[in-house]
Design a protein around this ligand. Structure first.
Ligand code: ZN
Length: 67
């Protein structure tokens, strides 16, 4: 599996650095404890962007709480 790249997005982010696909990304949820600000007892999932062309994953700091 490809390594997930961490990116701090401050501007338009719609092109894959690996393959230059430029129509945006798919989403995937991966299990990983979030860092600060997590309510105890709640599970959080990391939301990562996935290039639909080559499968490269990008972690831009999103996470969601799952009930
Ligand atoms: Zn790609």
């Amino acid at each position: 599996m490809l390594n997930t790249l961490e990116r701090h997005v401050l501007d338009v982010f719609e092109a894959c650095e690996k393959c230059d696909y430029d129509r945006g990304f798919q989403l995937a949820l991966i299990k990983r404890r979030a860092d600060a600000g997590t309510t105890l007892g709640k599970e959080r999932l990391r939301v990562v962007l996935v290039c639909p062309e080559c499968g490269q994953r990008y972690d831009i700091g999103w996470s969601v709480e799952v009930e």
